[in-house]
Design a protein around this ligand. Structure first.
Ligand SMILES: [Zn+2]
Length: 124
């Protein structure tokens, strides 16, 4: 899976480079050398979408008699929505400048997963 460079239009940005560009560093186009990134506000929206889905899923897990299947469905749905959101958002040229921090949201998602595992271990 490759994404289009906003500078030259070449499909040169890998999925992982796109994801990193919203969290860690700019993506670098192999064809033209241009830098691009996913805007930090956009990256946060991806995380928020995943977290919201996970929250609904955990609620369903709690209300659904704590059956593990609900938990895995919740985590799977959260991850799926998160990745889909990342797939859909646009890369932008780096002329906006500025760095981005989506990592706090990523850790929140991880925390949610760990909470779920702990919860399952407690009741399972
Ligand atoms: Zn390019």
């Amino acid at each position: 899976m490759a994404y289009t460079c906003p500078h030259c239009g070449a499909p040169s940005i890998s999925a992982i480079a796109k994801w990193l560009s919203g969290n860690v560093r700019f993506a670098n186009c192999a064809a033209c050398g241009g830098f691009s990134h996913v805007r930090s506000t956009t990256a946060r929206q991806c995380s928020a979408a995943g977290l919201a889905t996970g929250a609904v899923g955990v609620l369903a897990f709690a209300l659904g008699g704590l059956h593990p299947a609900w938990l895995w469905t919740a985590l799977g749905a959260a991850l799926g929505v998160y990745l889909l959101a990342w797939h859909l958002v646009a890369l932008e040229p780096d002329d906006e400048g500025g760095w981005k921090l989506g990592r706090d949201w990523l850790f929140s998602l991880l925390g949610l997963g760990l909470l779920g595992v702990w919860w399952w271990g407690r009741w399972g």
